[in-house]
Design a protein. Structure first.
Length: 169
């Protein structure tokens, strides 16, 4: 599993002055890729106060909000991970889930990775039956890369067959 261990996360968060009640707002300059991953890791570890800054650094700067080069040094804190194993689907579980008729699996990689043209692992291609919706389709195609409105995302996923009446992996 490609997730930092709870012990390492607890140590890192504590060193950064983050406890279980600290609000964490992640941002990046790549349309949310890094900050969404941070949000997911925190959510997986039971941290309920994580958010993603829509538009990230690029939007913040474009709107002329304040910035600084000062490095923060908060006092250490105690973070206690509470792993929610339901947030990860292991291979054994996926093989069982794939037998169900009410399951849809989304592959959020690029079309080139999905097709096997861009190989970034031991093998190229995709799991049979999955639906490819590249993660970049969730954000606007401009310099800000903000998340598209919820109704637009809902329509996009629904058109691809990813509907709320299904078990979505």
């Amino acid at each position: 599993v490609y997730v930092i261990s709870p012990e390492k996360l607890a140590s890192l968060m504590g060193q950064l002055g983050i406890d279980n009640d600290t609000t964490v707002i992640g941002y990046d300059d790549q349309g949310g890729l890094g900050s969404a991953r941070l949000w997911w890791v925190l959510d997986y570890n039971g941290h309920q106060k994580a958010k993603v800054l829509n538009g990230g650094w690029n939007k913040w700067v474009k709107e002329k909000h304040p910035v600084t080069t000062a490095v923060s040094t908060p006092p250490p804190a105690q973070f206690t991970p509470q792993v929610n194993a339901q947030k990860i689907c292991l291979v054994e579980d996926l093989l069982v889930e794939m037998q169900g008729s009410n399951v849809v699996i989304v592959d959020a990689r690029s079309p080139a990775e999905y097709s096997g043209f861009d190989v970034r692992a031991k093998r190229g291609g995709h799991i049979p039956g999955t639906i490819n919706i590249d993660w970049v389709r969730n954000v606007t195609n401009d310099d800000l890369k903000t998340f598209k409105p919820a109704d637009e995302l809902h329509k996009m996923y629904e058109a691809a067959g990813v509907t709320l009446d299904k078990d979505i992996i």
